[in-house]
Design a binder for this molecule. Structure first.
Ligand code: NAD
Length: 281
């Protein structure tokens, strides 16, 4: 029987615990999200982050900037937030418009306020096995899901499909740091199905609807579906063909209700950690 890894339940527990912990403090942790332009998906994510943060007891602010904002103006906002003692975490919602270099902006955020863990200092620390100020929320949430379900990582072969800086690469570092044998696949990988069939832990972060099929999965594998894809009928589905793969895998994350909710829970967890660091708590 395939077991469901219930991210929604765990994320609610994490947020509830954070909310309880905040009652001990007189100050509220501050999370500021900057959104540039009108990308509807980004807007949905930002609203969700703000709502969840506020409900949990954070001071959550969204700065909305127009699509044609200049790099200088955006940097000015970040510089002000870097100096503002009420702000513990700064998140710039991606993607940014093409005229702005994402890495220039991510590097402008102080590493100790980089709640997404995307600053090169935090990424570098993660890669060499030091403790970053924050770890990229989605892969960090996946580690929490594996740990919570007592899924062994050490010594196992983890195959990740996708090498993005947001998911695939930090996922590889987190698994490697926990002594997994890690293979990272991407759009140029040869014999992808054969590589995936060797996975004890298979992480799909591709962005293609129902991409991973039943015959890609080894019996008893742990399948983590990061994908969020909207079908023509408007339904949200993952990168894994859930119907085909469940029954063969030992564990699987559903979409929705798997990895997605963990991302926001880890964002709040990262903000809380930065708040404690800034306030010597
Ligand atoms: P991305 O587009 O930056 O990266 C996709 C990766 O997939 C690339 O590395 C590419 O090489 C690889 N790829 C594309 N086509 C491939 C193919 N045919 N074979 C093998 N590899 C292929 O995407 P991303 O930001 O990493 O996101 C991936 C998916 O995860 C998307 O559906 C996104 O919406 C979702 N996502 C979900 C969360 C969450 O909270 N659940 C967070 C971030 C991203």
């Amino acid at each position: 029987m395939t077991k469901l890894i219930k991210g929604k339940e765990l994320s609610e527990k994490i947020v509830e615990n954070i909310s309880e912990e905040l009652k001990n403090y007189t100050k509220k942790p501050g999370l500021t999200v900057i959104i540039v332009g009108d990308n509807p998906a980004s807007r949905v994510y930002v609203n969700k982050k703000k709502r969840t943060a506020e409900n949990a007891g954070f001071n959550s602010v969204v700065i909305e900037l127009p699509e044609d904002v200049t790099r200088e103006e955006l940097e000015k906002h970040i510089d002000e937030l870097n100096k503002d003692e009420a702000v513990d975490g700064i998140l710039v919602q991606l993607p940014l418009p093409k005229h702005i270099n994402t890495y220039d902006i991510l590097e402008r955020i102080l590493p100790e306020k980089d709640v997404d863990g995307f600053h090169p200092e935090n990424v570098g620390k993660l890669v060499i096995g030091l403790k970053p100020y924050a770890v990229s929320c989605t892969p960090y949430g996946i580690i929490r899901l594996l740990e919570e379900n007592n899924i062994e990582i050490e010594g196992r072969h983890a195959v990740i499909i996708g090498r993005s800086n947001i998911v695939g690469k930090p996922m590889a570092s987190l698994l490697l740091n926990r002594n997994a044998t890690v293979t990272v696949c991407h759009s140029k990988t040869a014999s992808l199905r054969r590589v995936c069939m060797q996975a004890d832990i298979l992480v799909a972060a591709v962005g293609r609807e129902k991409f991973v099929k039943r015959d890609w999965v080894k019996p008893g594998a742990v399948v983590i579906d990061v994908g969020i894809n909207r079908t023509e009928e408007g339904k949200i589905v993952g990168d894994v063909d859930f119907e085909e793969v469940s029954g063969k895998a030992e564990y699987i994350t559903p979409v929705p209700g798997g990895v997605g909710p963990m991302t926001i829970a880890m964002l709040l967890s990262n903000t809380l950690e930065l708040f404690k660091l800034h306030n010597d708590l």
